[in-house]
Structure formats: structure tokens, C-alpha cells
Design a protein around this ligand. Structure first.
Ligand code: GYE
Length: 307
């Protein structure tokens, strides 16, 4: 015979945690792997997931977060498309008593009480890794090196960090110049368009492309080939993410290096959600560990890559 109280307790214990997630969109291979990782990890951990995608439009994303507040989910997590504009809606979440976890990209917000933790990469460090690779390649040659930069989404944390970290390092060599810089929104098609513009402007003078993600680097590779130059040879290409397609390009000699940005953050997020619901204290920042991959070792590094 079950006591009514005991039955209620069991019900409480078995009640699933409901997590609302607002994703950036589906702009890149990285993002696809990231969304998959979140969905799989939620399933594995028995967390009910309400997954919304903002199609890279900040105004959509604010609406999405608002709708998750209205649905009274237990926890809200999101990867902010851009860093600014979050104060109002995060205050609404706080008033509703819903804790917020920031994942992947960050926010520019003074009031740190508006979120529990930020799980994600160190984007400036990724930029520094890209910069160090270039310094190494240039060595002590005194020749001028012209770099063009294809940036990610304007106002997003990865764009800001990857730019700053890279500049910080290449400054050490006065022969390296960033001669052109434009946003390609982390998309292959736009990366190609931006590269076409750069080539039409000063094609023959470009030595290096620094693309803020692999998809845009792949677009740039297409543009360079159509222009009649050899990507990876006539023009060196550095990018960030290290998705499968980047390894294929490295193995084909068309991409020279890719800095790792690990999209498999789902398990880390679910752990944070569970800890939070169990009343544990979370660190304010959880940084993902990452490396760099070079064309010379792409073949060996590629094994076991599943995104
Ligand atoms: O590098 C890019 C994606 O926010 C780290 O967003 C992420 C970036 C990633 O579109 O491919």
C-alpha cells in the first residue's frame, strides 16, 4: 500500500527537467554538429528539450527566449547571435524565476546576476592560435605579408575574439598587414562572395586568407579557384572550427590549417542543467579545451572525426 505522500514524492523525482534552448540558426557545419550534440545529450540525460532556432536574426532570438519564459521551462539556455541587447529579456527571465545558461557565444552584460554560467570556447585564444600559426610560417622573412580577413557575424563573440586574438599576435611581426576585412556571417555562400570582392580588389597581392570559420574558408577556396589561383598554395588559408570538410580541404592541399572549436557541448550543458536543478553552485565560466590541426598531419588527425 502506497502512502499518498510517497506517491507524490515519486512523481516529483520522476518529473522531467524541461530545458528551453534558443539556437543561433543553421549557418554552418559547426552549428549543425552543435545542435545535434544538444539534442542527443538531452535525450541521453532524460531532459525534455524545447529547441528553437532563430535563423541568425537577433530579433527572432529575443522572441524565442520570451516564448520560453512564457512556457515556464525550468531552465533557459541559448547561444546569443550577437553580444548586445540582452538586458531586458534576461531581466524578464529573472523576474519569472527561470535560470539562464549562456552557451557558446557570450553576451556583453554588466549585470552578471542575469545568468548562471557561460559555457563555451575561448575565442580570443582561437584567434591567437591562428596568429601563432601565421607567425611560425612567416618566420624571420622580411617580405611583406598581406592578409585578408573574412569575419563572422558582426557583433558576435566569436568574431570579436577571433579578430582581437589574431591581431594581438600578428602585431609582433611588422611585415604582416591585414589589408581587407569584411563580415561573411559564418556562411559558405557569403564567404565566397566576400572573397570574390577581395580578389577583384587586389587579387594578385593577397598572400593569406584568415577566415573566422571553415564554411567561409570553403567558400573562399571556391572563389580563389574560379579566379584562377591555387588555394593553399598561391594564397594560404587559415580558418577555425575543424569540421570534417575542413580536413578534406587540408588533405587536398587547399586549406593550410584549422583551429579547433569544439561543437560537442551538449553533455557539458546537460550536466550544468542537472547540477543547477540539484541546487549545486556552478562556476561563472566553463571553458572548452581545444587544439589546432595542420595540413601536414591532417590525414592522421582526421581519423575518428564525426562532425
Ligand atoms: O565557429 C561558426 C558558427 O559560435 C563558435 O558559429 C560558434 C561559431 C562557429 O557559425 O562556424
Amino acid at each position: 500500500d502506497k502512502e499518498p505522500d510517497a506517491a507524490q514524492d515519486t512523481e516529483k523525482i520522476q518529473k522531467k527537467i524541461v530545458l528551453g534552448f534558443s539556437q543561433v540558426g543553421a549557418e554552418s557545419n559547426w552549428r549543425t554538429a552543435n545542435s545535434e550534440s544538444i539534442k542527443t545529450a538531452a535525450r541521453d540525460e532524460g531532459i525534455e528539450l524545447l529547441f528553437l532556432s532563430a535563423q541568425q536574426k537577433p530579433e527572432n532570438q529575443i522572441k524565442d527566449v520570451r516564448s520560453l519564459i512564457a512556457q515556464q521551462v525550468d531552465v533557459i539556455a541559448f547561444s546569443p547571435i550577437v553580444e548586445y541587447g540582452w538586458g531586458t529579456v534576461l531581466k524578464e527571465a529573472k523576474l519569472a524565476g527561470i535560470p539562464v545558461i549562456i552557451m557558446d557565444r557570450g553576451i556583453d552584460e554588466q549585470d552578471k546576476s542575469l545568468y548562471v554560467t557561460h559555457i563555451g570556447s575561448d575565442f580570443a585564444e582561437q584567434g591567437r592560435k591562428a596568429g601563432r600559426w601565421l607567425l611560425e610560417k612567416v618566420g624571420d622573412s622580411n617580405e611583406r605579408v598581406n592578409v585578408v580577413e573574412i569575419q563572422g557575424t558582426f557583433g558576435s563573440t566569436p568574431t570579436n575574439g577571433r579578430r582581437e586574438g589574431f591581431i594581438e599576435i600578428i602585431k609582433q611581426n611588422p611585415n604582416i598587414f591585414v589589408t581587407n576585412s569584411k563580415a561573411g556571417d559564418f556562411m559558405r555562400s557569403k564567404g565566397k562572395e566576400v572573397m570574390e570582392e577581395f580578389l577583384n580588389d587586389k587579387g594578385s597581392e593577397i598572400d593569406v586568407v584568415y577566415a573566422h570559420n571553415d564554411d567561409m574558408a570553403l567558400g573562399a577556396i571556391e572563389a580563389i579557384e574560379e579566379y584562377g589561383l591555387r588555394p593553399g598554395k598561391d594564397i594560404k588559408i587559415i580558418s577555425i572550427d575543424a569540421v570534417k570538410a575542413a580536413f578534406d580541404a587540408m588533405k587536398a592541399g587547399k586549406l593550410n590549417c584549422t583551429v579547433e572549436c569544439n561543437p560537442l557541448q551538449g553533455p557539458e550543458l546537460m550536466k550544468a542543467v542537472k547540477d543547477l536543478m540539484a541546487g549545486k553552485q556552478l562556476p561563472k565560466r566553463i571553458v572548452i579545451n581545444e587544439g589546432i590541426f595542420r595540413e601536414e598531419t591532417a590525414e592522421a588527425d582526421f581519423i575518428n572525426r564525426n562532425y
